[in-house]
Design a protein around this ligand. Structure first.
Ligand code: HEC
Length: 202
């Protein structure tokens, strides 16, 4: 019975081919992200980092957290989701997707107890409710922070205190386990309302 022999050349060709294919399979972060209204749920289901929350749509939360917690900054990995308040989101696309915004996409959401609706999304031209361009403001963060502003990183400030953002996170209408707001929470919301009115005044 003839034995089937695999020549060394065939084996080499096979391994060469495999080594070329393997890295392509390992880099699933290059796949385009599918982002719909349903992508965004209760902000507190994400992972807290200082005052904001993060997640990773490609399952690599550890890589996102490593950058978020780094003292020297770094580049957020594809799939990263960052939120400070329930209605504004940044999502990191695969490298090269939008070089101008370092692959970040900006979202403005409408949220209620039934979930999220994407009101606006895009790269360089999304504006918040007050006419502020997300990209233009976040671009001012020192480069090592990858456009994440927090405080003291070079972005123009926004009129939100840490207490105000905490109440907005606590009251996210998409969450099913909201605690009742305290009198102090309501005071922070009132102060926020006044700050917004001052911003909207001509
Ligand atoms: C006037 C400048 C400005 C504009 C315009 C602006 N942001 Fe920000 N954003 C900030 C600053 C400053 C912070 C940090 C606030 C803090 O931590 O107290 C922030 C925080 C955030 C964060 C949390 C991560 C971080 O960078 O600290 C996200 C996500 C975010 N903004 C998304 C958006 C989106 C989306 C838009 C547009 C719809 C937008 N922002 C418009 C200045 C701005």
């Amino acid at each position: 019975m003839p034995t089937q022999r695999v020549s060394t050349t065939t084996l080499c060709a096979f391994f060469l081919l495999f080594s070329l294919i393997a890295p392509a399979q390992a880099t699933s972060p290059t796949q385009p992200l599918t982002i719909t209204d349903d992508t965004f749920t209760c902000i507190r289901d994400m992972t807290p980092v200082r005052g904001f929350f993060v997640d990773n749509l490609l399952g690599d939360l550890d890589a996102t957290l490593a950058v978020a917690h780094s003292d020297s900054g770094g580049r957020y990995p594809p799939g990263s989701v960052v939120q400070l308040v329930p209605t504004e989101v940044m999502v990191k696309h695969p490298e090269g997707f939008s070089p101008a915004t370092r692959d970040w996409e900006f979202f403005e959401l409408q949220v209620d107890s039934s979930g999220s609706r994407i009101a606006k999304r895009g790269f360089v031209d999304v504006e918040n409710k007050f006419g502020g361009n997300c990209f233009a403001c976040h671009l001012k963060a020192e480069p090592q922070w990858d456009m994440i502003c927090e405080t003291g990183r070079g972005c123009d400030p926004i009129p939100l205190t840490a207490e105000m953002t905490a109440v907005l996170q606590k009251a996210d209408p998409r969450c099913t386990d909201n605690e009742p707001l305290t009198a102090q929470d309501l005071q922070h919301l009132q102060a926020l309302r006044q700050a917004i009115e001052a911003l909207s005044a001509p």
